[in-house]
Design a protein around this ligand. Sequence first.
Ligand SMILES: NC(=O)c1ccc[n+]([C@@H]2O[C@H](COP(=O)([O-])OP(=O)(O)OC[C@H]3O[C@@H](n4cnc5c(N)ncnc54)[C@H](OP(=O)(O)O)[C@@H]3O)[C@@H](O)[C@H]2O)c1
Length: 256
Amino acid sequence: MGAVRVLILGGTAEARALAAALTGLPGVRPVSSLAGRVADPLLPAGEVRIGGFGGAEGLAEWLAAAQAGGEPIAAVVDATHPFAATISRSAAQAASATRIPILALRRPGWTERPGDDWHRQPSTAAAAVALAGMAERVFLTTGRSDLAPFAGLDRHWFLIRSIEQPPPPLPSRHRLVLARGPFGVAEEIELMAGHRVGVLVTKDSGGPLTAAKLVAARELGLPVLLIDRPPVPDVPSVLTVEAALDWVAALIPGAR
Ligand SMILES: NC(=O)c1ccc[n+]([C@@H]2O[C@H](COP(=O)([O-])OP(=O)(O)OC[C@H]3O[C@@H](n4cnc5c(N)ncnc54)[C@H](OP(=O)(O)O)[C@@H]3O)[C@@H](O)[C@H]2O)c1
């Protein structure tokens, strides 16, 4: 019998770690799927496919085609970014329609510590409204596809950081920094203090790779507008790569 294929919906460090771990399990072959948002993605180990499926129906058809082609997908792990709500919803629906087991690997959100001055926001739009009463100089790390709500805020100046050039509209007064994490605390403090930033706006992405900006904000005594995660579909979920690996191994006889 050929290796059992596991579809990892990826684009995160956890998805890459899971793909690497699954290539080490006997009889298992991970297939990672990336959205294709960035021109130069960090590629996971093993097979990779890139681009949208065409919604829940498209993903269900892709899974059915794999089955019909003699290379079925035995399980799906949704290890996408916590704010990638559309693909998570599609994955849950497609897995249900095709009766393929699904697991969500969801890293925990960040937790406020003593010294933090966090103001949680239900959405990016709410964060833009909340800025009205806050400092003029803003460090904005919400991702390049979520800048439109800030575009009309002419009283503020924005330091915008994203991996690739954001599409318009952008705020009229801004400086753009193109960079991909991980970032260290010292460099975040230097960046924020150097630009005389007075408030940080970011998403509750969680994870260690981009947490340094929150430590920097604490050390500089700056408030943070932290955007809450969108709702998640009701599928079994785990918090760690190790737990996801155990779940896959338990599904596949002889994997361990
Ligand atoms: N910081 C990060 O590393 C990071 C990474 C990803 C996302 N995000 C954040 O998450 C939010 C939404 O991002 P998003 O547009 O990627 O997610 P999304 O809104 O859930 O996805 C939009 C569409 O992209 C396709 N897609 C997404 N992930 C895919 C995958 N792994 N494989 C194949 N197709 C995929 C799907 O297209 P079809 O419907 O055609 O299948 C999906 O409907 C943004 O706010 C972004 O800032 C951050």
